[in-house]
Design a protein around this ligand. Structure first.
Ligand code: ATP
Ligand code: LTN
Length: 335
């Protein structure tokens, strides 16, 4: 193995497709910082995935840089974690193409994210949107990752990655480590505040459904006050019958550490007004230090640049070895 200390390895990524949401924070990033001591962690900014949906180039650059700062501000110490931009490591494109040739049309057609995104972008159902899971498999397999910490919506993509890796290993012998998804117990699926049957997502058209990580406190409070609940005025966890209230309870539970039973007791006999205000305030306090630190880091571009450059170098060293191995196995003539 390339890693002498033999720590297990972790790889995850987020697309810089917009402003990060409370969903990306609670479902993914928040859980990453705690893993650094036990694992060898690689966190990517998946800009190559982002262009599967049309982007304004200047916005993509700005979102990518802001996301590097937000990663660090969320507790990902660049000394302990490898933070890098996907397009800075050519191995992703190199392995991505090979894996395209080991991924079946039928299995890609079943991907929920492809179906959702092609419905939302009907005028641009491009080949990259369709083969996205093969590139994501390359992202993971390049690093021989053991675990992939993601929100529940990405489980299907980790599963197809395992299928592709098993298929390749079956033909050519052991090449890739088979990764497992690592999904949080609470917070794995933060739902929209205005339509709690849909997940909270950066590309949601309704700005009130989504709370952004770097949003101002007064805007966060306004969105929670408007959050959709129901008419029975009882704070109780029941996602099927009470999706709006249950979503708010999840958010409150993750941001305060209180259990559902404690929350039900706290708001017993009180109206939704109090409850929504408390949830909003807990989120404001949770995000405040991250927003302030992100703003501070964004003023120091030279530092951010030094972080993602060092990250790309380190990531390339690992990823290039996997590409070399794969190129040899499939029969490409050595250069
Ligand atoms: P897009 O709208 O561009 O598809 P997104 O907001 O749906 O983006 P990402 O930000 O790309 O999703 O997701 C980053 C990580 O955060 C992934 O691990 C994903 O599983 C997790 N995540 C995203 N949204 C949520 C959510 N609502 N609840 C829990 N986890 C989420
Ligand atoms: N598909 C993910 C982002 C992503 C990713 C990855 C996550 C791209 N490559 C590799 C984990 C591992 C998303 O849309 N959230």
């Amino acid at each position: 193995m390339e890693n002498q200390v033999q720590k297990k390895r972790i790889l995850s990524g987020i697309q810089p497709s917009g402003d990060l949401t409370l969903g990306s924070y609670l479902g993914a990033i928040r859980n990453w910082a705690a893993l650094a001591d036990e694992y060898d962690c690689y966190y990517m900014l998946a800009d190559m995935h982002t262009i599967t949906v049309r982007q304004v180039p200047a916005d993509l650059r700005r979102h990518t840089l802001t996301q590097v700062a937000a990663y660090i501000a969320s507790g990902l110490d660049p000394e302990k974690n490898t933070l890098f931009v996907q397009s800075h490591v050519p191995a992703h494109a190199q392995l991505g193409w090979v894996l395209d040739c080991y991924t079946m049309f039928g299995e890609l057609s079943r991907m929920t994210q492809f179906k959702d995104k092609s419905a939302k972008n009907a005028d641009n159902i491009n080949a990259g949107l369709f083969t996205y899971p093969a590139l994501m498999a390359a992202d993971i397999l390049l690093y021989q990752a053991d675990l992939v910490p993601v929100g529940g919506d990405q489980k299907q993509h980790v599963e197809i990655c395992r299928d592709i890796a098993n298929r390749f290993n079956g033909i050519y012998g052991d090449t890739f480590k088979i990764p497992a998804p690592y999904i949080p117990q609470v917070g794995a699926r933060v739902m929209s505040l205005t339509s709690p049957e849909n997940k909270m997502s950066k590309s949601d058209k309704d700005p009130n459904g989504c709370v952004y990580m770097l949003e101002k406190p007064e805007d966060i409070m306004r969105k929670f006050k408007k959050a959709v609940t129901d008419s029975d005025a009882c704070v109780r966890f029941d996602p099927a019958a009470k999706p709006g209230v249950s979503n708010l309870m999840q958010i409150y539970s993750v941001s305060t550490g209180k259990s559902f039973a404690e929350i039900e007791q706290e708001f017993d006999g009180r109206g939704y007004g109090d409850f929504k205000k408390a949830v909003g305030e807990s989120v404001v306090e949770l995000l405040r230090p991250i927003r302030e630190e992100t703003e501070r880091l964004l003023a120091d571009k030279a530092y951010l640049e030094s972080v993602y450059r060092a990250g790309a170098e380190k990531a390339s060293r690992v990823a290039d070895r996997t590409v070399a191995k794969v190129y040899k196995k499939v029969g490409f003539l050595a250069r």
